[in-house]
Write a protein that binds this ligand. Structure first.
Ligand code: ADP
Ligand code: MG
Length: 293
């Protein structure tokens, strides 16, 4: 398209809540064949609520465990962190992140911190390996697609919790519209397979491809495979999505809730977090591509 068409399209996109970081992306967007989405915070709201939280050790009280977990989570920017801090407050537990040493973040797995002389790991099944631990068997009653969190201390299981999240309104609609435009949709998540399948059920199986338990580099590898089929877009919000956003032909990051790294890496920022804007953006880009002034 001509500079005038490009300028008009960028302006039109911006007023509808999409910040496109350059005219070249309009053409790529017009020709997108596959759109891959992260789950947590992208397809889902990323507003978690803790449903259940248990200590697995007689020598660690629930309040002590909540104090350790919420203090370490206070140093994390993961969407789950606030939910755990809020849950602690229900038990009058105030986090004290200043007592946490050696904080580490393992994208797609969880976090580690040292508090009161204890090494604590919090995350999904994969974090067990970091904690040099056996995997805790799935706690009963935790089915139904809730995300299960594991806590390890001193090389042994210390607690489990379940946490739930809901799909963004309009997610199913957005995926259906993309399909109508001939675009294949996929979900790439670091969460468990059960949680991923549950999300697709809530979306009435709108996603054609679902891949779970992925590390950041796994997401990037799958994007590389998709690129062999055609122009690929990746939509994500987390630091764990940055390698995939950078690998895709076009990286799209969430505006309001996205991490700073995702926003820096993305070529397009979805200012409003509304993924219904994506099929609209593709249509806008296709119109611009046809227009010659
Ligand atoms: P997604 O790819 O769906 O956005 P993430 O890669 O952000 O998911 O997270 C994958 C999983 O890692 C989460 O479902 C959670 O179990 C675990 N996890 C990551 N960060 C944390 C954290 N700060 N506290 C607890 N669990 C975490
Ligand atoms: Mg995410």
């Amino acid at each position: 398209s001509t500079p005038v068409v490009t300028f008009c399209t960028l302006t039109k996109a911006a007023t509808s809540g999409l910040l496109i970081k350059g005219g070249d992306y309009i053409e790529i967007l017009a020709k997108v064949k596959i759109m891959a989405f992260d789950k947590t915070g992208t397809i889902t709201r990323g507003e978690f609520v803790v449903m259940d939280f248990q200590s697995l050790r007689d020598d660690i009280s629930l309040n002590t465990l909540l104090y350790w977990v919420s203090s370490i989570e206070r140093k994390s920017s993961h969407p789950m962190a606030d939910a755990l801090v809020d849950y602690g407050r229900l038990f009058s537990v105030e986090p004290n992140p200043e007592n946490v040493e050696e904080f580490q973040n393992f994208p797609g797995e969880g976090i580690h911190g040292k508090i009161d002389g204890q090494d604590i790991y919090i995350g999904n099944r994969k974090i067990a390996l970091r904690a040099a631990c056996e995997i805790v068997p799935t706690i009963e009653g935790s089915k139904g697609g809730k995300t299960i969190g594991y806590i390890y201390s001193g090389g042994a299981p210390a607690g489990v919790f379940t946490i739930s999240d809901a799909c963004r309104s309009g997610a199913a609609e957005a995926l259906k519209e993309l399909k109508k435009l001939g675009i294949k949709t996929a979900m790439l998540t670091g969460d468990s397979n059960a949680a991923a399948l549950h999300t697709n059920e809530q979306l009435k199986q709108a996603l054609e491809v679902v891949q779970a338990e992925l590390l950041p580099e796994d997401k990037a590898r799958i994007i590389r495979e998709f690129k062999m089929e055609g122009n690929t877009a990746m939509v994500g919000d987390g630091i764990n999505d940055a390698p995939a956003l950078a690998t895709a032909d076009i990286g799209i990051s969430m505006g309001i809730s996205g991490s700073a790294l995702a926003q820096e890496t993305g070529n397009i920022i979805l200012l409003s977090n509304d993924i219904r804007k994506l099929p609209k953006a593709v249509q806008l880009a296709r119109r611009a591509n046809r227009k010659v002034i």
